[in-house]
Each structure stands twice: as structure tokens, then as C-alpha cells.
Write a protein of this length. Structure first.
Length: 332
């Protein structure tokens, strides 16, 4: 009997010692959920949608950049709005070369201002970026999906991290798969999210090496690019000419649809990363399945993959903060 009591007492002391750590762990992390702001700011999503619809009605070309911003945010330090932070010495994520062509920061600020007027200090910039991406896609004919919210904003933004963790448009399929897997994303997420290239434009500098110096040995063109399409691109992107803009999905770059997969299947994807989707059996199968349509299935898959991406390394609970101004942390 005495031995039994001693064992029970020892277990009790052990629980007392570990309980504070258990409680601390639970208090710091809460799962994202749909309708996180339903009580504290019930109009958060409707305000965001209203602002974005107004913007896209006037400037539909911003839909692509606003979607791209979410991708670039989540792949560096997770979906924490670190892409929005300014640096007085130009060492933030937005100062990294891959992010210099990002547009739409003023639109995020416009949404934030509207939400701060309605619900001061409640809605995080990280959630705004996620909601804006969804609403920008829907505004140009794309799918609508339920966005999980509850993210908090990070306080660190690093140029060097952006350079090393953002997937490049020139990567081969193995490198792309590895980088996506490191973020908890699948082969399917890769091929589905790549279809974000169905909207928006790109500078010649992002793919010009495919046209003139794909091989460092003899300066030949990329053999995986359709020759007729290449000739058309060369008329826009001359070897030593200006860095002009080119539609990523010619004839459909302002409409979110599955036409991207038809282009990729015909070897007319603008980037090497688009062409790379044909180099893996799983990603190629998805391209071939959707090249002739099946919009409903693609739209459903895109929403699922966007939710998956939106879960990357999020800050919740007591971690991070809710910035008052999206471009700077609250302590500054």
C-alpha cells in the first residue's frame, strides 16, 4: 500500500512539473479556421471583397500580382505578411530580385485601412493577403473557396531568405517538387498552383534565356519550347531590346481558367517551370487530363491547394502580432 501511494505521489509531482509546458504549448498555437472573425469583425470578408471588386473592375491586370503576392509571402517564413514589410536599408523580402516586380502593395493597404476603420486592430495583414488572393481570383472568373483565417503577422523580413526559399521560374521538375515538399505541399499542389499563370503578365527578363542562351555552351534556345511560339516571343523580346511585358496566357491573361494546361501540353508554357510539369508522370497526367477542360474539377482543386498553401508555417495564438500598418511592425 505504501509503495502504491509513493508511485501515485511521484506521478502527481511529475504532472505538476510538465503541466506548465503543456499549457504554454497549447496557448501559443491555435488552428486556423473558417470564420475566425465572425464575432470580432463579422464584416471582415465582405469589406475585403468589396474593395477588391472595386479595384479589379478598374484594373483587372492586378488580379495576377495579388495572387502572386500570396504565393511569395507563404514560401518565405510562412504566410505571415513578411512580404509587406519595408526596410530602410532595402534588406526586406520585397527588396529581393524575385520580388522587385511584385505589384499591388497599395491595394493591401487600401483593404487594411478599410478594415481598421471597421474593426481596429483585429484583422491581420497575413489574413488580408490570403483573402485578397481569393477575391482577386474570383473577380476575374475564377473559383471561390473558403479561406481559413486566424493568422498573425511576423516581425522579420529577410532579403536573403527570399533569395533562397522562393522557387524560381527556371527550376527543373525535381527542384520544384523538392521545394514544394519542404513546405508540406504535394505534386498535385505544384501542378495546380502553377495554373495561377493563367492570369497576369511577365517581363521578358524572366524567361529570355529560353529564347537565346538556354545552353551556356552554345547559346542555343530551349528545345522544350514550341518553335512557332518561340518565334513569336522573339518578336517581343529581342536579344538586346527593352524589358517589355508579355502575357503569360496569351488571349486569356485576364480570365482565370484552365487554358493554361492546354498551353503547357502544347509546349507553350512561358517559363521553364511550366515546361517542367511535363517531366514528371504525376504532374504531366494532371496537365493532360485538364488540357481539354474540366473546369469544375480544376476550380475545386485550386481552392484546396490554395488552402494547403495558406497553412504553411503560420503564426497563431500568442505568436506574432496584428500589425496596425502592414508595411511596418507595431514597435516601430
Amino acid at each position: 500500500m505504501a509503495n502504491s501511494l509513493r508511485v501515485i505521489f511521484t506521478l502527481f509531482l511529475h504532472l505538476l512539473m510538465i503541466t506548465p509546458f503543456i499549457i504554454h504549448g497549447v496557448s501559443g498555437h491555435y488552428a486556423l479556421n473558417i470564420g475566425f472573425y465572425s464575432e470580432l469583425c463579422p464584416q471582415a470578408e465582405s469589406i475585403t471583397k468589396r474593395v477588391i471588386n472595386e479595384v479589379i473592375a478598374i484594373a483587372p491586370s492586378l488580379s495576377g500580382p495579388l495572387l502572386r503576392m500570396f504565393f511569395h509571402d507563404c514560401f518565405v517564413r510562412g504566410c505571415d505578411a513578411s512580404i509587406l514589410l519595408n526596410s530602410p536599408i532595402k534588406q526586406a523580402e520585397k527588396d529581393a530580385t524575385p520580388n522587385l516586380t511584385l505589384r499591388g502593395f497599395q491595394i493591401i493597404d487600401r483593404v487594411k485601412d478599410a478594415l481598421e476603420q471597421a474593426c481596429p486592430g483585429i484583422v491581420s495583414c497575413a489574413d488580408i493577403v490570403a483573402l485578397v488572393a481569393r477575391d482577386a481570383v474570383a473577380a476575374v472568373g475564377g473559383p471561390h473557396w473558403e479561406v481559413e483565417t486566424g493568422r498573425r503577422d511576423g516581425i522579420i523580413s529577410s532579403l536573403n531568405e527570399a533569395l533562397t526559399t522562393l522557387p524560381s521560374s527556371s527550376l527543373n521538375i525535381n527542384s520544384l517538387i523538392t521545394m514544394f515538399q519542404q513546405k508540406g505541399l504535394t505534386h498535385k499542389d505544384l501542378v495546380v498552383l502553377s495554373a495561377g499563370h493563367t492570369i497576369g503578365i511577365s517581363h521578358c527578363s524572366s524567361f529570355i534565356n529560353r529564347l537565346y542562351n538556354f545552353s551556356v555552351i552554345d547559346n542555343t534556345s530551349d528545345p522544350t519550347l514550341d518553335s512557332e511560339y518561340m518565334d513569336k516571343l522573339k518578336t517581343r523580346c529581342t536579344k538586346d531590346g527593352p524589358n517589355v511585358l508579355v502575357e503569360m496566357d496569351p488571349g486569356s491573361f485576364r480570365t482565370f481558367d484552365e487554358h493554361y494546361y492546354e498551353l503547357v501540353s502544347k509546349r507553350r508554357g512561358l517559363f521553364r517551370s511550366d515546361a517542367a510539369l511535363l517531366d514528371n508522370p504525376e504532374t504531366k497526367a494532371y496537365v493532360e487530363t485538364h488540357r481539354y477542360g474540366n473546369r469544375e474539377a480544376f476550380f475545386r482543386d485550386f481552392g484546396v491547394s490554395m488552402v494547403n498553401m495558406g497553412r504553411i508555417e503560420v503564426l497563431t495564438g500568442n505568436f506574432g502580432e496584428v500589425r496596425k500598418i502592414c508595411s511596418k511592425v507595431n514597435s516601430l
